[in-house]
Design a protein around this ligand. Structure first.
Ligand SMILES: Cc1cc2nc3c(=O)[nH]c(=O)nc-3n(C[C@H](O)[C@H](O)[C@H](O)COP(=O)(O)O)c2cc1C
Length: 358
């Protein structure tokens, strides 16, 4: 199966089927402590943040999704315009298609055309970086004039994918080389199974500039690949995927692991669906919060539809900030919180030192 058919499958399944984890993000085990007499008016709450040297209106990121097909081009155009107008970062999907088939590069580039001053994040797979070297990453950056480059780690997806390539050995060596040779900041991300403390620590030493945990509780790539394996009659891959359907570090736990392991900024993502989810993730120590699938369907229509989602998220985040008496995101990050149940157990068994974030 070609890359284009695979990308079409991914968008179609994400739009039409329930592709969520059964397991949750565990953000429900974080309670922000209610402040009955907030010392701030709702309209004075300041949601601006700084991330990788740029100022953004909100601690939101439109997560990497797509490219390579005509529907993907429409999606990237809407997302690029929305990101520029709302002043938040946006990631394009894996750019392998645009590199291998340069005639599809415009389906990614359109995000830049529609968001000339947007902060755009390029995207390539770690397996492709290892196989093809630093030049591959340079091409991805050039294709969209990227402001940062995300490298995605997806070992479970690769091993259950009918046409996957589960090769990650030597990753850190390649990462160090990439850091020396590339001009833009590097973001290391998962795609739904989460980054652990050990991975974040090692990659932080290798020079990664920011981490996007993409934990479990949201879009489930093992489920999506299982559905694809079923459709193409790859029964062994299908039954392998079935066993690992609920594998992964729940997002809240992944955020705690990452902020414990690095002083570099951490993006919380994977199953965040409201501004309250964002507020909780920020209180756990994240610097930014990313969402992918909630933007997908609106982006098939227009930038205005994406902006409606962003405005709703903004109102929810502002309300959470008001109710915790947080005048700005810095104060929200230190707002009193209580961690309950399984998340508390996870933290105690993983013996975390506590957040290394400012
Ligand atoms: C349709 C779709 C395509 C995606 N493609 C990519 C990709 O090419 N590269 C990548 O790093 N992540 C990709 N992701 C993963 C997201 O960036 C994100 O990490 C993950 O979906 C969890 O966020 P969510 O639960 O808000 O969807 C994709 C997600 C969706 C929904």
């Amino acid at each position: 199966m070609g890359i284009e058919a695979r990308k079409t499958d991914h968008i179609k399944l994400s739009l039409e089927r329930d592709v969520s984890y059964k397991k949750t993000t565990w953000l429900e085990y974080v309670e922000l402590v209610h402040v009955a007499a907030p010392e701030v008016d709702p309209e004075d709450v300041d949601t601006e943040v700084e991330f990788l040297g740029r100022r953004f209106s909100h601690p939101f990121v439109i997560e990497s999704m797509t490219g390579g097909t005509s529907l993907a081009e429409k999606i990237n155009a809407s997302l690029g315009e929305a990101a520029a107008r709302f002043k938040i970062p946006m990631g394009v999907g894996s750019q392998r298609a645009g590199i291998v088939k340069p005639e599809t590069a415009q389906t990614f580039r359109t995000a830049r055309d529609h968001g000339p001053d947007a902060f755009l994040i390029g995207n390539i797979g770690a397996a492709q970086l290892i196989e093809n070297g630093v030049a591959f990453a340079q091409k991805a950056v050039k294709m969209i004039d990227a402001d940062a480059l995300a490298i995605h780690l997806n070992p479970l997806q690769e091993i259950v994918q009918p046409d996957g390539k589960a090769r990650f050995r030597n990753f850190y060596t390649v990462l160090r080389r990439l850091k020396e040779e590339i001009a833009v900041p590097i973001i290391l991300k998962e795609i739904g199974c989460g980054l652990s403390r050990e991975v974040v620590e090692t990659a932080s030493e290798a020079g990664v500039d920011a981490f996007d945990v993409a934990g479990s509780g949201g879009t489930n790539w093992t489920l999506i690949e299982m559905m694809r394996a079923d459709e193409v009659g790859a029964s062994e891959k299908k039954s392998l995927a079935e066993v690992f359907l609920e594998w992964g570090i729940p997002t809240a736990a992944a955020v705690v692991e990452a902020v414990d392991a690095t002083s570099r900024p951490v993006i919380a993502s994977g199953g965040l669906r409201t501004g309250l989810d964002s507020a909780k993730a920020l209180a756990l120590g994240a610097s930014m919060t990313g969402l992918a699938r909630p933007f997908l369907e609106p982006a098939t229509k227009s930038a205005d539809e994406v902006l409606k989602v962003l405005n709703a998220l903004s109102a929810q985040l502002r309300t959470a900030m008001f109710l915790t008496g947080s005048k700005n995101v810095g104060e929200l990050k230190h707002a009193p919180k209580v961690v309950l149940g399984p998340l508390k157990e996870w933290i105690s068994q993983r013996a975390t030192r506590g957040s290394r974030q400012k």
